[in-house]
Ligand binder design. Structure first.
Ligand code: NI
Ligand code: MN
Length: 226
């Protein structure tokens, strides 16, 4: 699978010929001003929770691409109000077999509310299993013991974890999370975008290196293959 970073928590994952976009927040991110949002044509748009920095570009991209949104039931209600009908609602602990593989919604220790103030349901992460491998996108979350279940039963090949601190885990907690989920290949997210989450990249990488794990910090627009 190929993973392309679009800044903050937004990634496009290309696997088995399908394009899966996670948490689109590009237009309002000054660090991602070189990304052309109108060119993004995913098949699916995953939304981990309702906060603006995860959903800002969702409606526009869903409209231009005809993609299916995958999100909590309550996030679906908000999308419906914006005129988006192609939604697959899920909730924490549930799984579904899509045409690219299996998706299981994992617990995220965070909060969720929609941009209009309505209830956003549970924040979630997504475990994506295809014939090309297993990817874990944790969403905004604290370090939690629930992550040990992912290590015991799923062992992802690559995991996309927050490292920015203040609203989520920092790099130290993310390194513990990497241990819990039994994954050596971590890609950082949710850092540098706002003042509260600016981090030192070398320090974050050193924390992972000390545990024998790799932290990749992709440039915005950069891709990697797993
Ligand atoms: Ni959030
Ligand atoms: Mn966030």
């Amino acid at each position: 699978m190929t993973i392309t970073y679009y800044g903050h928590s937004c990634f496009m994952v290309e696997t088995v010929g399908k394009h899966l976009l996670f948490d689109p927040y590009i237009t309002a991110n000054p660090l991602a001003s070189h990304i052309q949002v109108s060119a993004l044509k995913p098949d699916y748009v995953f939304i981990s929770h309702g906060h603006f920095d995860h959903i800002e570009d969702a409606v526009g991209i869903l409209q231009q691409s005809g993609a299916t949104a995958v999100c909590a039931w309550e996030v679906m209600g908000w999308l419906n109000k914006q005129g988006i009908e192609k939604v697959h609602p899920m909730n924490t602990g549930g799984k579904w077999n899509f045409d690219f593989g299996m998706v299981k919604c994992t617990a995220a220790q965070h909060s969720s509310g929609m941009p209009d103030g309505s209830y956003g349901g549970n924040p979630m992460g997504f475990l994506v299993k295809t014939s090309e491998g297993t990817l874990y996108y944790s969403g905004d979350t604290a370090l939690t013991m629930d992550m040990k279940l992912i290590g015991d039963y799923h062992k992802p090949d690559v995991a996309l974890l927050p490292i920015g601190d203040n609203f989520t885990m920092d790099a130290s907690d993310a390194a513990i999370a990497a241990d819990f989920i039994k994954c050596n290949n971590i890609v950082g997210l949710h850092y540098d975008t706002f003042g509260f989450i600016k981090i030192n990249h070398d320090e974050a990488k050193a924390i992972f290196a000390k545990t024998g794990k790799n932290l990749t910090l992709l440039g915005i627009g950069e891709s990697m293959t797993v």
